[in-house]
Write a protein that binds this ligand. Structure first.
Ligand code: HEM
Length: 444
């Protein structure tokens, strides 16, 4: 038998397709235990039908390794129709093949170590401004504030534009746009998808204004938008206005939505574990931090890095991602047919008790050099994905988390207010249901 015949004779993964047309899409989003139930019944690989597609859901470090090492051979990037439409056709996340490789190389320049170091002073300034601003109300619902703060960082540092008084308004439009990313794609004025599409139009108009303004400037800038504006293909052509708009939209979205979730989880988990705050303050004293950071100082803060990693392990901002199968393949004696979708899981990988004992516990010590639980299995710690599509903004994200974490812990105390629902909404990214209500004050 040829290997193709062998593959076809292998069974499909176990599982059910559910209802006609919608399959199991509603429970995929509505049922928090969707995966646990199926994993208990079928194991680490099973089939389902979501977003109108037959889909294989795979969990565990072995599955991650298989997927990340076969991106572009067996798999290509894909997203549900709602996500693709809202991101646009010329966004790095939806591009594939050579186009993806060349655009990724270009964008990655905005996240090289030299560029990252250049972002530090601007980030510190904005962070300082927001922390001072939050002192006055004393009590606040933090999540929307963190979103505005992050949007300010992303638009100022990556796109070089100070949106000023418009920041809160634009970050609100982004929120409605994000809420449509994984929705039923019916475009009506009152549906999530319809509202999100209108927000896409508004955002693209704003981005076009920013791009045109930058095109008039003399002298290049080295932020992400500067690199995109200066980019040329082999024939010397620059990116079209439509592509520039889609790529800027992606950077602004990826640059603030995931990070808002990570920042809020950092604030929540530290409020629940004050002993971690004490240890972070001790480390700050040891490295001589008194209010202004250097990259060298940040590198010395090993405990801070452990804490951030543990936040990203326990509450990963991105739960997983889709791929489309472009060539039939096999995994664990099951066939994965061409044309299907695959969803890899970050959440469940991080809850694997063979890698992380007591996985539900918040324990930054797991990442201490002598324990290094995450290194026990390749692709066992994947908050930023892996392989050819690993998060291009990873270094930027880690810098934001370090800068915010350091200044917050150094200068402020915060407490969770009673009577609030801290259960996490998980779509599009995890956030506490009541928006994280806190008492916030400068340290005495
Ligand atoms: C804590 C924050 C962040 C997390 C957890 C995160 C997570 C991820 C993950 C899991 C992927 C891979 C998706 C896949 O496998 O298809 C990804 C891709 C991506 N991320 Fe991030 N991200 C974060 C922050 C950022 C930031 C700050 C930026 C940019 C400023 C960014 C830009 C991107 C882009 C452009 C891609 C697509 C890469 C490609 O398809 O080649 N992300 N991110």
């Amino acid at each position: 038998m040829t290997s193709n015949e062998t593959r076809r004779s292998l069974p499909l993964p176990p599982g059910k397709f559910g209802l006609p047309v919608i399959g199991e899409t509603l429970s995929f989003f509505g049922d928090r235990d969707f995966n646990d139930k199926r994993q208990n019944q079928y194991g680490l690989i099973y089939k389902t039908h979501i977003f109108g597609q037959r889909t294989v859901i795979m969990s565990g470090s072995e599955a991650n390794r298989f997927l990340f090492t076969h991106d572009n051979s067996y798999f290509t990037s894909t997203w549900p129709y709602s996500t693709r439409t809202l991101l646009g056709p010329q966004s790095l996340a939806t591009q594939s093949g050579n186009e993806h490789t060349s655009r990724r190389r270009l964008m990655a320049q905005a996240f090289l170590p030299k560029a990252i170091a250049g972002y530090l002073p601007g980030m510190e300034q904005i962070t300082d401004r927001y922390l001072k601003q939050w002192e006055t109300p004393g009590e606040m619902t933090w999540y929307p504030e963190l979103r505005t703060y992050m949007f300010d960082i992303a638009s100022t540092v990556l796109i070089g534009t100070e949106t000023g008084s418009e920041t809160a308004y634009l970050s609100q439009i982004f929120k409605t746009w994000c809420e449509g990313l994984f929705s039923i794609p019916i475009n009506l004025p009152w549906t999530q998808f319809g509202k999100a599409l209108r927000c896409r139009t508004l955002l693209l108009e704003k981005i076009e204004e920013i791009v045109r303004r930058r095109q008039q400037e003399t002298g290049p800038r080295t932020d992400a938008l500067g690199l995109l504006l200066a980019a040329q293909d082999e024939e010397g052509n620059g990116l079209t206005l439509d592509e520039l708009k889609d790529q800027v939209l992606l950077l602004l979205f990826a640059g603030h939505e995931t990070l808002t979730s990570a920042l809020s989880s950092f604030c929540l988990l530290l409020a629940q574990h004050p002993q971690v705050i004490t240890k972070l303050r001790e480390e700050q004293q040891k490295v001589g931090f008194t209010g202004s950071l250097t990259m060298e100082m940040l590198k010395e803060m090993a405990y801070l890095e452990q804490v951030i990693k543990e936040v990203l392990r326990l509450i990963p901002p991105v739960g997983g991602a889709f791929r489309r199968v472009v060539k039939s393949c096999e995994f664990n004696d099951y066939q994965i047919p061409e044309g299907w979708m695959v969803w890899y899981q970050i959440n469940t990988t991080h809850q694997d008790s063979s890698i992380y004992p007591n996985p539900k516990e918040f324990d930054p010590e797991r990442f201490r050099a002598d324990r290094a639980e995450e290194k026990q299995k390749a692709f066992g710690f994947i908050p930023f994905g892996g392989g050819a599509r690993e998060c291009v903004g990873k270094a930027f994200a880690m810098l934001v988390l370090r800068v915010f974490g350091t200044h917050l812990v150094h200068g402020y105390d915060w407490e969770l207010l009673p009577d609030q629902n801290l259960e996490l909404i998980t779509v599009p990214t995890p956030s506490p249901r009541d928006g994280l209500r806190v008492k916030f004050k400068r340290r005495g």
